[in-house]
Design a binder for this molecule. Structure first.
Ligand SMILES: [Zn+2]
Length: 319
């Protein structure tokens, strides 16, 4: 549906009526996936947008914990659609932007953290590209495999997307090599640890939020595409992150959120290792009806900025 049509349908209350009709049908809970909010309104989901989402969801759906959503994945029910809120990665701004709104509206949420990112020992690789492009001395780089990259100050974001899409499907060694080459070509020295704006939450912030009711689960140690790793490396990513969170937060970790989280990023070996490491569930970054009943491939729906698009997503939830 076109954005304009969706917005009109939303403003006329049609989408709310459809949600009311949906209550008559059997449907499984829906898990919403957020990443990072922005403080100001722009192209990405802002704090204001998020607050509107919560107000709408509280009025028209039943916001539940992720545990309840997962418990009921195979028990479709009538009535209000159950919705769980999740955030990925663990950027520092979650503490300042998302958590105060969640608290204000008394809404349960789960945060999936990349523990190496919290320990400040790793950058999330898309951030490395972002930092290099934004601090570059030039606008051309010759990159092995990728070819020539040309961009301007205005097309930095486009260049970031092109490089990101390319790196996404490459083994981590190749990806790291390309990122290093990019830094050298553009004359940027990448700091060893993530700098302000690219940093993760601290353990003390996480402990504080956990005590206030935030549920914290694993998103690996270094945010790799697990299906590209060997079984030993997969085990390390899954078990170390679980252990580190359990030690720091003193709370059991049962859920692994797979980085990138599409079907090709999760192999049978990844599922087996998740089970062997003691995880009870695995969540994806997409929704696939075919695998929704597999506890290690639980689907999520990406939250949209526009509330009308978000509601259309809710209406797609079905048995
Ligand atoms: Zn992630």
């Amino acid at each position: 549906m076109k954005n304009r049509v969706k917005n009109i349908a939303y403003r006329m209350g049609i989408l709310k009526i459809l949600l009311l009709v949906q209550r008559l049908f059997l449907k499984a809970p829906l898990i919403l996936m957020y990443h990072r909010l922005t403080a100001y309104n722009g192209n990405n989901i802002s704090v204001d947008d998020f607050e509107q989402h919560l107000i709408f969801l509280k009025e028209n759906c039943e916001i539940v914990t992720l545990d309840i959503a997962i418990r009921d994945v195979n028990k479709p029910s009538r009535g209000k659609l159950k919705v769980a809120i999740t955030f990925d990665d663990g950027y520092e701004d979650f503490y300042h932007l998302a958590w105060p709104i969640l608290k204000k509206h008394d809404v349960p949420a789960t945060l999936f953290i990349t523990t190496g990112f919290i320990d400040k020992s790793v950058w999330l690789w898309p951030d490395k590209i972002d930092y290099i492009l934004k601090n570059s001395n030039g606008f051309t780089a010759q990159l092995d495999g990728f070819g020539e990259l040309q961009f301007t100050q205005e097309t930095t974001k486009e260049a970031w997307h092109r490089l990101g899409d390319y790196c996404l499907v490459k083994p981590w060694k190749q990806r790291d090599k390309l990122i290093n080459q990019l830094a050298v070509s553009l004359g940027v020295e990448l700091p060893q640890q993530p700098v302000q704006g690219y940093q993760g939450l601290t353990w003390s912030q996480l402990k504080e939020m956990s005590a206030e009711g935030l549920s914290i689960e694993s998103h690996t140690v270094t945010h790799p595409i697990l299906s590209t790793l060997n079984p030993l490396e997969i085990k390390e990513e899954l078990s170390v992150s679980k252990q580190v969170i359990e030690t720091n937060i003193n709370q059991r970790v049962n859920i692994i959120c797979y980085p990138n989280g599409f079907a090709r990023d999760v192999s049978n070996t990844v599922e087996e290792q998740a089970r062997a490491c003691g995880y009870k569930y695995g969540v994806m970054a997409c929704f696939d009806k075919q695998t929704a009943n597999n506890p290690y491939r639980i689907g999520r729906t990406s939250a949209a900025k526009e509330i009308s698009t978000l509601v259309i997503g809710l209406l797609r939830a079905s048995k």
